[in-house]
Design a binder for this molecule. Structure first.
Ligand code: PAF
Length: 281
């Protein structure tokens, strides 16, 4: 595995691969890798000749007061996991290499990114689309793999690629969960043992919505309330949002006629967790 810190070296390596007809699959991450990321690497390997994984904790997608400084950076463990997973290039730029002090160009999606996490984390998706566009320009992937756990991010990136005619296919990896249902997240390591138990309310809330839909419920008012009730039963959990939105447009829906994304953001103690499921009638 090649470890590359320089933007120019990564771009030259990618150009070299493309010149020799090699297909590049790209997994962008912020590190602190877990089985969820590794499942994306597996998907990437299955559809390419070369896998590039980036680790970059992107400052511009964090709001003031969020966990940018505290975000875990277990460099050696991440490097080992990448080697074991068969990553060919680990791209590991530092902030000074990615952003000039006077950088002034941003990429912004203005529709899908308004609600859900966009409403409670204003500016977050502008930071995500900007860095992903930059990373695509450096890594030049044929395909890039994103997790369905960040459902809104996935849809925003797909829209960016479509609207800016970026020559890259976006592949989605399913949510990977612990045996008890907790969705894997780098932020799970912030949870104390009791918060770790409490965090299961996210999956329980989604299970409740799924059961109601299976039983014929189509009102999202009822589904949202049922999910809120589950979370309200856990004192350490504070709802950031509980939404049912159209799976494609991310617009709120009152009555299910097409697939609906049930999406949650919940603070358990100080840790903000997200989870989701697609409900189909
Ligand atoms: O999902 C993430 O880890 C980040 O938002 C991403 C896509 C790597 C951009 O910084």
């Amino acid at each position: 595995m090649d470890i590359i810190r320089s933007v120019e070296v990564m771009q030259q390596a990618a150009l070299g691969l493309r010149r020799t007809g090699r297909r590049i699959a790209f997994v962008p991450t912020m590190g602190c890798l877990h089985e969820g990321h590794l499942s994306l690497v597996k998907l990437a390997r299955a559809c390419s000749d070369q896998v590039v994984l980036s680790i970059f904790v992107n400052p511009i997608q964090f709001l003031p007061g969020e966990d940018f400084a505290a975000y875990p950076r277990p460099v050696e463990a991440d490097e080992r996991l990448c080697r074991e997973a068969g990553v060919d290039f680990l791209f590991y730029p530092d902030t000074a290499l990615m952003y000039s002090p006077d950088h002034s160009v941003f990429v912004e999606e203005t529709c899908l990114s308004r609600g859900l996490c966009g409403a409670t984390r204003p500016g977050h998706f502008r930071g995500v689309t900007t860095v992903v566009a930059k990373l695509f320009n450096v890594v030049l992937p044929d395909v890039a793999v994103f997790g369905q756990k960040d459902a809104q991010q996935l849809r925003v990136i797909r829209r960016m690629v479509r609207d800016l005619n970026m020559p890259v296919s976006i592949l989605a990896g399913p949510i990977v969960r612990e045996p008890d249902g907790l969705a894997l997240s780098s932020r799970n390591r912030y949870l104390s043992p009791s918060e770790r138990q409490d965090a299961l309310c996210l999956r329980r809330a989604l299970d409740t919505a799924e059961s109601l839909v299976r039983a014929g419920q189509r009102s999202t008012v009822v589904l949202r309330q049922a999910m809120r009730d589950v979370i309200a039963g856990v004192p350490s959990a504070q709802v950031d949002y509980v939404e049912c939105v159209d799976d494609e447009t991310l617009e709120p829906v009152e009555w299910m006629e097409r697939p609906v994304l049930a999406a949650l953001a919940v603070r358990v103690g100080k840790t903000r967790l997200i989870d989701n499921t697609v409900l189909t009638s």
